[in-house]
Design a protein around this ligand. Sequence first.
Ligand SMILES: N[C@@H](CCC(=O)N[C@@H](CSS)C(=O)NCC(=O)O)C(=O)O
Length: 303
Amino acid sequence: MLGFQLRHFSVSQSKLFFQSSKTLVFPLLSTLGIMFTDAKSQLRAYNASSSEPSKLLFRQLFENESSTYTYLLADVAHPEKPALLIDPVDRTVERDLTLVKELGLKLIYAMNTHVHADHVTGTGLIKGKVPGVKSIISKASNSKADLPVEHGDKIYFGNLFLEVRATPGHTVGCLTYVTGDGPNQPQPRMAFTGDALLVRGCGRTDFQGGSSHQLYNSIHSQIFTLPKDTLVYPAHDYKGFTVTTVGEEVLYNPRLTKDEETFKNIMENLNLEYPKMIDVAVPANMVCGLQDLMKKPSEASPC
Ligand SMILES: N[C@@H](CCC(=O)N[C@@H](CSS)C(=O)NCC(=O)O)C(=O)O
């Protein structure tokens, strides 16, 4: 009965519903295991009210072999401490889930900025180990996920949210996730740029539908327009950096401070070797992890 009512709520109606009776509704919904039926409602499932206090817990985690950063974010002021992981790696899933457990968080999303070519995502493994976790990736990536998102979507975890920005160029479906703009959202803002913008660098553009024209424009229009103090957290670093700011990259990025023609020329002459794992990683990540590739299509989970 309640499920029937929820299916017929519009997004704005469901937000009102949560705002007016959240203290009753959250425990009741979890107890009943009510599932939200459309993706937009699911992205708002943990949204209570923007006037409620929020407190960001943030961790930057590193995976050595692929030099990948995974990010853990949670709203620890919310009674359920809803949390999400950005760009988890298969090899470090145990470490990440142990941390989630030790901190008393409720992991709700395992999300990727794009289909990675250098490592296998941890998303599929996480879904197998933590029931209820939903996977997120861009619709434009054409890969499997519970919640395919697109530019302009908002991903709520408690009273915090991430804004979805399309930043294609390294791959066709690359996204940057940016912390919300508004009351109770972290200041300065934080941008999780995946392989679009790296510290004093950027993602390569020579495979997976890459385009230096698109990457140049994505970074200038979607990242460099953020406030100068926005913290930039990339998916990789190969030089020992951990974080930068939009202001720093606008001034000092050796590739993006150039005009587009010079940028294209730089990108065409990077002469990087193909990632060692590309032939394994890309097909696996299209179905959110290696384990699903090994199953018959009829057994694979919607990841
Ligand atoms: N050597 C590594 C791959 C290194 C690499 O190509 N990194 C990518 C991001 S992962 S696809 C990249 O865009 N690098 C840009 C740069 O300027 O370094 C491996 O074999 O995995």
